[in-house]
Design a protein around this ligand. Structure first.
Ligand code: GLC
Length: 744
């Protein structure tokens, strides 16, 4: 999309009349509004700019380490409004006291940290939580994290990351909810609810931050920080919906992304931040830049120096400068030279003070933190349950799993004993020593790290079943961890081939933060379990699934490619004029050197037993704009174990004014089923959920819609059609709207 299109996109975005976000940044009480106005009237320009300045009070690995006397003196002078990389009930209470009792205007500080998937009790990484296909899991994880972080005096977490990601070469795929806008929207709103509670001020919760606005996951080549080029339709239909869902859920803050979107860095993207997020969505929360991103506008080549960068970011609508110091150094002088900047500064400071007010900091600046709770026992039981719900059984040929009691087990692979990887790369105050590894959980297994292949082969020969832990350690995914090849890391393929040669049945236990491209390596491996990075209880959770104490119920939130070269890809692709054809003699949209589609598809996951699907039935054959239609499907557990089935509903618009994806997720339900039990899932949808973005508007078109129910994006069991009887205009991103789901 060239520059003209960006303006057009901006204009288009501006053309539509967006409904104000229902709960975003819940309106302030009159008393708080009055207090903020009074403060703004008292503040000097320097004090205003101070509020817009966020400083690192330490490093991720040495929290609070920069809180020296000189820093406290800067707090007294009102030179910063927030700290990150700080924590601890007592140290933060002391720091707050300096601001609230020793500065001129006594404005409380905001304390922030990346509490991504746990604070002390480290839980499964976000991609694993999304693999549960259960928003309650994501909400519970966020609530646990918030309660622990609150006890440590923290007000603000830089999460959820709601960036849709379709290229697993991008290392940050681990931090999001995968490739789909609808699933991503459900997980985003659940995480916001978990972190913030019903209302920010309700206590023992913290302010969430939807990040990274926007298009960060579309980085070219999967290279972190690289440019993203997406057209207006893809931007609105794929990358924006989870942000809208997060904003509607009341996310108190947003973070702008490092990347440029069609040549305009998001930190200076006035069309999309001020012109769209603010003016169209009416979002009133706090917008913070990412680390040093304001100063990096100079690297992007759109600012000659940090002063110009600061002015561009302010004009774009960035309220707070994370760690670059550009606002602190230049904004006061720039606003003195150009008075038109002062109202923009007042707006930003107003939003920062409003965030502090919503957190209750003006009423009780010491209301966060509880030294006793800060030392409470880790929440292992909940951590294990969340981990068990996040595993995905990808393959189970010959019902190798669950393991037969008494089977002699060989457990091979360094990752099975890697406590540090179990807790991932965003570990807040988590400790590797808290993690129970798979090796520890399977103490009876004959363990070999796999570095000595011969010894591993000998262990395999002594066993009935070979469990081999394969994949990536925590440091191969996360920020700045993009890889051009996403097969097995060095040495693991050879180890696996040697183990295959023993002829013993192999269970591959995949670990890591991204889906790997493993078609060749997994050939001949009858059972494959995707376990991601599951937190402090990963070992026991995997062991319970392997032994059948619990049944796997997770599903892939992102497809697993056969080969790296297939990336990026998505199940929700357009049909093209020559849809991919299995017959290579037919010219079609596919590679000649690999099969069509991913090795394991979006939504794929097996369980212990067989699930039967009945026909998909509709409540009507037509629906008018503003109406509702219900699609029902019965599922039956034909197995002997209690299991969860994730029933998925996909939609396709077969003929429309623009080409539409072959399938788009528009509903799902994780359904507990006892042996022999049948249950009916009812999805109630509105025509607005099938709208597409065109000419700056959400277009609901009259015409047929296909609905397909199934166990994954490629395992569709039944379908039904209905017709939308008239055209209309939607108000919000279609994929951001939640389908009503009832399970009878
Ligand atoms: C990092 C990340 C962002 C994080 C911030 C603070 O660079 O991009 O997601 O919240 O800095 O640690």
């Amino acid at each position: 999309m060239n520059r003209r299109n960006v303006l057009a996109a901006g204009a288009m975005l501006a053309a539509s009349a967006w409904t104000p976000l229902a709960r975003a940044a819940r309106p302030l009480g009159a008393d708080h509004r009055a207090r903020i106005q009074a403060l703004l009237g008292q503040m000097t320009l320097a004090e205003k700019v101070g509020q817009m300045n966020q400083i690192a009070g330490g490093r991720q690995k040495s929290l609070n380490s920069k809180l020296d006397a000189a820093m406290l003196d800067r707090v007294r002078k009102g030179e910063m409004g927030s700290f990150l990389h700080v924590a601890g009930a007592e140290p933060l209470r002391d720091l707050q006291r300096v601001a609230v009792e020793e500065s001129r205007l006594k404005i409380p500080l905001l304390f922030a940290m990346d509490v991504i998937h746990g604070y002390r009790t480290i839980l499964p990484v976000p991609l694993a939580l999304a693999a549960s296909w259960d928003p309650k899991v994501a909400e519970q994880a966020a609530r646990i994290a918030a309660e622990e972080a609150w006890a440590a005096g923290l007000h603000w977490t830089f999460t959820p990351m709601v960036d849709v990601a379709r290229d697993p070469r991008w290392g940050r795929v681990v931090e999001g909810a995968g490739e789909d806008a609808y699933l991503g929207s459900r997980i985003a709103e659940a995480q916001v609810a978990g972190f913030q509670g019903a209302d920010l001020g309700e206590g023992r919760r913290m302010m969430a931050c939807a990040k990274h606005f926007v298009g960060y996951g579309a980085a070219e080549g999967g290279r972190d920080y690289d440019s993203a080029e997406v057209g207006p339709r893809t931007l609105n239909e794929v990358y924006l919906p989870p942000f809208h869902a997060a904003a509607r859920a009341g996310a108190g803050s947003f973070m702008t992304a490092f990347n440029a979107l069609d040549g305009v860095p998001m930190t200076a993207n006035a069309e999309l931040v001020r012109g769209f997020l603010r003016a169209q969505w009416h979002y009133q929360g706090l917008v913070v830049s990412d680390w040093n991103a304001i100063r990096e506008l100079v690297n992007h080549g759109i600012a000659a120096d940090a002063r110009e960068a600061a002015v561009l970011a302010l004009k774009a609508g960035v309220d707070m400068d994370m760690a670059s110091g550009s606002y602190a150094t230049y904004l006061a002088e720039a606003a003195t030279a150009d008075a038109s900047l002062v109202p923009l500064i007042d707006e930003s400071v107003g939003r920062i003070l409003a965030a502090k007010a919503r957190l209750g900091l003006f009423d009780d600046p010491y209301g966060f933190g509880d030294p006793a709770r800060d030392k409470a026992p880790l929440r292992r039981t909940e951590a294990r349950d969340l981990a068990k719900r996040s595993l995905v059984l990808l393959r189970n040929d010959g019902a190798v799993l669950p393991l037969k009691p008494g089977a002699r087990l060989a457990l091979i692979g360094a990752l099975a004993d890697d406590a540090s990887s179990a807790i991932g790369s965003w570990r807040a105050r988590g400790q590797a020593t808290d993690a129970v590894t798979l090796k520890a959980a399977l103490a009876g297994a004959d363990y070999q790290p796999g570095t000595d292949v011969a010894a591993a082969v000998e262990a395999a020969k002594r066993a009935d079943i070979v469990l081999v832990a394969l994949g990536e350690d925590f440091n191969r995914t996360g920020e700045a961890r993009s890889y051009a090849e996403i097969g097995l890391p060095e040495g693991q393929a050879a180890l696996l081939e040697a183990l295959k040669a023993t002829g013993k049945p192999i269970v591959a236990i995949l670990m890591g933060g991204r889906p790997l491209a493993l078609e060749r390596e997994l050939t001949g491996v009858p059972a494959v379990l995707q376990t991601w990075l599951l937190g402090i209880e990963s070992g026991p959770a995997i062991a319970e699934i392997l032994t059948g104490k619990a049944a796997p119920g997770g599903r892939l939130p992102i497809g697993m490619p056969r080969r790296t070269g297939q990336s990026p890809q998505s199940y929700a692709h357009l049909p093209t004029g020559r849809p991919a054809n299995p017959d290579l003699a037919v010219d079609s949209a596919r590679y000649h050197d690999t099969e069509i589609g991913p090795l394991f598809a979006f939504g794929h996951g097996l369980t212990y037993g067989e699930i039967a699907y009945g026909p998909l039935s509709l409540s009507a054959e037509t629906v008018a704009p503003g109406g509702r239609i219900t699609a029902s499907v019965q599922v039956t557990n034909r197995g002997t174990m209690a299991v969860d089935e994730v029933v998925q509903l996909y939609a396709n618009d077969p003929v429309a004014a623009v080409s539409r994806p072959v399938a788009e997720l528009r509903g799902f339900a994780r359904v507990p089923l006892k042996p022999g039990q049948s249950r009916t899932v009812r999805f109630t949808l509105s025509p607005e959920q099938f709208a597409f973005w065109r000419d700056g508007k959400w277009i609901v078109e009259a015409g047929d819609i296909r609905l397909m129910a199934g166990a994954s994006s490629v395992d569709l069991k039944s379908e039904a059609r209905f017709r939308i009887t008239a055209g209309a205009e939607g108000q919000v991103p279609a994929a951001s709207l939640a389908t009503k789901v009832e399970i009878a």
